[in-house]
Design a protein around this ligand. Structure first.
Ligand code: PHE
Length: 363
């Protein structure tokens, strides 16, 4: 009987030592120490033995069972540790790797161009402001030095809003409209801040036009810099760096005389064509087809600007903006126009159709 016990113990210990997984070990436990196993049964039936044998056999069997249990526990601890190590290695994640997911969505081209423009001006020290899209006649026209019979005031040229008791009456000016440009923010900004002042104002504007290059709603960026002794040279310097930042370091600009009620002198700014390098010809050489972007002129109009008219400074009613003390320049550019020129978008309406084939090109 004692021999059998020793055999069982040796066989059990050998099997446990050879176990390589915790599941295997659990099977061994059931086989050697479970309810149907030989060793525990032996122990259970000790009382059936002749009294002289009971003590010795019982003791041997009990020791064997305990030894086996201890061997299983020890092996289990070892296996758990190696299994955990293996698991940790298998699950290892390199958190420094870049994400592998496909990018989801993207910014609309107009948003990207607006942000690019904002970045350029932020770099030049301008602040970014926003203003109301419904304006009063005062800010949209009167304060900007428009004659009472200026054509832009016409019912057919501007979206007027029906007078509403729900709209706050601003300065007794109950007539409201959808702003036709971002320029009303020139006066609002000067009312709110003392000079020196350098701001840009991106935002939506509205005009009743609709064709390949005009939509009833579009976006502008207004710019205004007021300080002492600002001249056309400052205007040219700032807008040259802006044109180069947007259209390339090789670009040049030219100022063409123009008219706006709220600037004097007024100029339109052209940038040398980035498609033909300003030559007017594709491949940058005579003999090749005429450049379709600048129509062979070598120049593209990008914005209107000028030195702020003294009447606009006076419209603020603030002594800080006395035209004898401060001067400045203002400009307004169309974001759609910049986007179309920069990225070769042929029809403005494409920007509003939300066709993924267009949007994904700029995501
Ligand atoms: N507000 C003018 C426009 O729409 C642009 C402009 C802004 C011109 C500022 C001069 C100065 O079209």
């Amino acid at each position: 009987m004692q021999e059998r016990i020793a055999e069982l113990r040796a066989a059990g210990e050998a099997a446990v030592a050879a176990a390589t997984t915790t599941e295997e070990l659990e099977e061994l436990r059931v086989r050697h120490l479970g309810r149907k196993a030989e060793l525990p049964n032996l122990l259970r039936n000790v009382s059936d033995l002749p009294p002289a044998e009971r003590g010795v056999v019982g003791k041997a069997a009990n020791q064997a069972r305990q030894a086996l249990q201890a061997a299983i526990d020890a092996r289990a601890a070892e296996l758990r540790e190696t299994e955990l190590d293996a698991q940790l290695i298998a699950d290892r994640v390199d958190v420094t790797l870049p994400g592998r997911a496909e990018p989801v969505g993207g910014l609309h081209l107009l948003t990207r161009v607006r942000r690019d423009i904002e970045d350029v001006f932020l770099g030049l020290g301008f602040d970014v402001l926003e203003g109301p899209e419904t304006e009063t006649v005062h800010y949209n026209f009167d304060a900007l030095n428009h004659e009472p019979n200026h054509p832009a005031r016409d019912r057919s040229d501007t979206f007027y809003l029906a007078p509403s008791p729900h709209l706050p009456a601003a300065d007794g000016d109950r007539q409201r409209l959808l702003r036709t440009h971002t320029s009303p923010m020139q006066v609002r900004a000067m009312e709110q801040q003392d000079p020196p002042l350098a701001v840009i104002v991106p935002g939506r504007v509205y005009r009743p036009d609709s064709d390949a290059t005009h939509t009833p709603q579009f976006h502008q960026v207004e710019g205004l810099w007021i300080d002492v002794d600002i001249t056309l040279a400052d205007l040219k310097g700032v807008l040259l760096s802006v044109a180069r930042a947007i259209f390339g370091a090789e670009r040049d600009i030219r100022l063409r005389p123009h008219f706006f009620p709220f600037t004097e002198p007024s100029v339109e700014i052209d940038v040398s064509c980035h498609l033909c390098g300003g030559t007017g010809f594709l491949r940058h050489e005579p003999g090749h087809p005429r450049c379709p972007l600048c129509k062979g002129t070598g120049w593209i109009e990008i914005l209107g600007s000028g030195l702020v008219d003294p009447n606009v400074l006076l419209a603020t009613g603030r002594p800080e903006y006395d035209p004898e003390k401060v001067q400045g320049f203002a400009f307004g550019m169309g974001i759609e126009r910049i986007a179309m020129l920069r990225y070769g978008v042929p029809d403005l309406r494409l920007l509003y159709e939300n066709d993924l084939r267009l949007l994904e090109q700029f995501a």
